[in-house]
Design a protein around this ligand. Structure first.
Ligand SMILES: Cc1ncc(COP(=O)(O)O)c(C=O)c1O
Length: 394
């Protein structure tokens, strides 16, 4: 018995999800900074700005005056109403607050959505390249991720034809779509999203629409799947447009038929979402002027990179429509994006994410550059990359 207790605990097979390689880049950047080097951070996908002043003021005041106990599992009623109002303001849509669930970031939304909609063993499609946790959360829950390879020709999005082609050979229960997308920053037009959702629903495939980068668009406005169907599971967050990554707060708009299920799941998995973050999130809607200023900063950064990177030698990417990413093809220089990112960090002092995080096969030819930082840093990054690529036959 004692001998048994001494044995190292073995992790479950389903927990064997791959690591996020970008964290190795983050650690290497921190080591360089500890040696006194200045690093320009374009690796982690989060706003450099903090939460809007309205959110911080509301949180300060709540800390001094409220008990901050648990809230209702589905979220504070006034926050759910405020989120519903945002759909009217942003999209002219009338969403019943009763269909809104507040979650601990969109990350918790995925777990809840996958648990509520899928059985273990169900096959769920998503784009490659794509945000890795879609695949990894599904794997940990016993579902089967089914990647659909996309390319620059379709602006990296899943087409209705590609979805049906996969469904015919390997029957699908669900599909995750994202527009604007991570890592490519590309968007689906309203008609492409509508076609995809209609064809999925006709085939009995449940659609999960990750709308976390809504509000960060530069060429045309995002369409919400909420306009297209009441049966889509919509996932959103205060992390990106609202600059509240560390507050860990997001929301879902659900088909009415899933509300009680998700309520029961969240009761058991979390009880409720952090109260302070909910209070701050509601007030964040009043910080629109400040947030629009941040968004204009990204727009300027995007302009700097779209103009500057081709002159610096990185000229192969689809001009992103939204979010704050560019996904650049670096195959002219290397077919090992991790090694390329490591060298670019060490020699040029610019940190970026190797594409293999987003696509285990073709990602070895790509780098994701995040432009959520300061415009001066973006200009300097372009210059550093230009000097480095000129000097160095990588
Ligand atoms: C496409 C996408 N979805 C979801 C998330 C998760 O965000 P959060 O849990 O902070 O809401 C991220 C984070 O980078 C993302 O890029």
């Amino acid at each position: 018995m004692l001998e048994k207790a001494k044995q190292a605990l073995q992790p479950s097979a389903r927990s064997a999800v791959p690591p996020f390689m970008v964290m190795d880049v983050v650690a290497a950047a921190a080591r360089l900074e500890a040696q006194g080097r200045r690093v320009i951070h374009m690796e982690v996908g989060q706003p450099a700005a903090s939460a809007p002043a309205t959110a911080i003021a509301a949180a300060r005041s709540a800390l001094g005056s409220e008990r901050l106990g648990y809230t209702e599992t589905l979220g504070i009623a006034s926050l759910r109403r405020r989120i519903a109002r945002a759909y009217a303001e942003w999209h002219g849509l009338d969403i019943d607050p009763a269909r809104i669930v507040v979650t601990t970031g969109s990350s918790a939304g995925f777990t809840l959505a996958f648990l509520a909609a899928f059985e273990s063993g169900d096959r769920v499609a998503m784009a490659l390249p794509g945000y890795p946790p879609y695949r990894h959360i599904l794997t940990a829950l016993g579902c089967e991720p089914a990647a659909i390879e996309t390319n620059a020709g379709t602006r990296w999005s899943i087409t209705a034809e590609a979805l049906l082609a996969l469904h015919r050979t390997r029957s699908l229960k669900g599909v995750v779509v994202a527009s604007p997308a991570n890592p490519t920053g590309t968007m689906m037009t309203a008609s492409a999203l509508t076609a995809l959702i209609r064809c999925a629903e006709d085939a009995g495939i449940i659609v999960i629409s990750d709308e976390i980068y809504h509000g960060l668009e530069y060429t045309f406005a995002s369409e919400s799947a909420a306009r297209i169907s009441e049966n889509v599971i919509i996932i959103n967050s205060f992390s990106k447009y609202f600059c509240m990554t560390g507050w860990r707060i997001g929301w879902m708009v659900l088909p009415a038929s899933l509300m009680r299920t998700v309520d029961r799941l969240q009761q058991n998995l979390a009880i409720s979402v952090p109260t302070l973050s909910q209070i701050a999130a509601e007030a964040a809607f009043d910080g629109r002027a400040e947030l629009e200023g941040v968004r204009r900063g990204y727009e300027e950064n995007r302009r700097i990179l779209l103009e500057g990177l081709p002159r610096a030698g990185l000229d192969s990417f689809v001009p992103a429509d939204g979010a704050f990413y560019l996904y650049a093809d670096v195959s002219r220089f290397s077919n090992d994006s991790f090694a390329f990112a490591t060298r670019m960090l060490e020699e040029a002092g610019v940190a970026a994410t190797p594409g293999i995080d987003f696509d285990p096969v073709h990602g070895r030819n790509f780098l994701r550059l995040c432009y959520a930082g300061a415009s001066d840093d973006m200009r300097e990054a372009v210059e550093r990359i230009r000097h480095w690529l000129k000097k160095d036959a990588v």
